[in-house]
Design a protein. Structure first.
Length: 175
């Protein structure tokens, strides 16, 4: 069985949420780990685990980041990790998959589906075999206990319930 670890220096884990329903705010996680294991070279039998450190969240605004770490949102003091464990990989064609799994945020675990594009395999200048993947999906933040809300004077939402998940990752094959 082959084991692959995420190359955090060459990967990005982010999310996008509508703000005032007219623009997106993008957030990133700076500390995370992921492992992929499987026997098949086409990754169709892959088992994936992922976790991120909630305290590593960044939206490029310190005040907003602290609010996101607070009890209003992620409650990082009591729920320091976001985790994902795959339950199924469905191969659609040579480059596209549907990844199903259980996502846990703030102690709430829900099934999610992510679209995965396999972007290639290469050997880097150091002799490491790397595989690239781009993942996208959507969740409803309220399903995970992220229920804080506010409205504008006109009655519009400050933050949307829908959160788009985007990840571009390089995985390094382990010896």
């Amino acid at each position: 069985m082959a084991t692959w670890k995420i190359d955090a220096l060459h990967s990005e884990i982010e999310f996008k949420v509508k703000h005032l329903m007219i623009t997106n705010v993008t957030g990133y996680f700076g500390e995370y780990d992921a492992t992929l294991s499987g026997d098949k070279e086409d990754f169709s039998d892959a088992k994936i685990t992922f976790e991120s450190n909630v305290s590593s969240i960044s939206t490029k605004n310190a005040q907003r980041d602290e609010h996101l770490k607070s009890e209003d949102f992620f409650d990082a003091a009591n729920h320091p990790k976001i985790t994902f464990a795959s339950t199924e990989v469905k191969k659609k064609d040579a480059e596209n998959f549907v990844l199903k799994g259980d996502l846990t945020i703030r102690g709430n675990t829900r099934p999610v589906e992510l679209n995965v594009e396999y972007t290639g395999l290469t050997v880097d200048p150091y002799g490491q075999t790397k595989a690239g993947f781009e993942l996208t999906g959507k969740i409803n933040r309220k399903d995970f206990g992220l229920t804080w809300t506010a409205t504008t004077e006109a009655g519009g939402l400050v933050v949307s319930d829908e959160v788009r998940l985007i990840a571009a990752v390089q995985m390094i094959k382990q010896a």
